[in-house]
Ligand binder design. Sequence first.
Ligand SMILES: [Zn+2]
Length: 108
Amino acid sequence: MICRCGDCDRWLHPPQPICRHCWSENVSPQPASGRGRIDSFTINHQPWMPGLDVPFVIARVALEEDESIFLTTNIIGCAPTDVAVDDPVVVNFSEEDGIFFPLFERAG
Ligand SMILES: [Zn+2]
């Protein structure tokens, strides 16, 4: 779910109660495709806390619905060295303590 304006149809992220494009308050979460592409990324080698497996990819993913909407996330399911800018990706939710985190994996 990603917030979308019911008046101008623009997508909004991070979530906000008022549309930044037309100032409408007709904003609500709407289903998104879960698809996007890697806009940029870095490979983290620093174990910031005990038990954190490294290396891992921190990426900015541009959503298919609107490539000016980005999610900062992790790329999973492949070696960090296999990740490239513009790779198509699809969401893969990871649940931890009842919270579902939108992680992404390479599509196809
Ligand atoms: Zn709007």
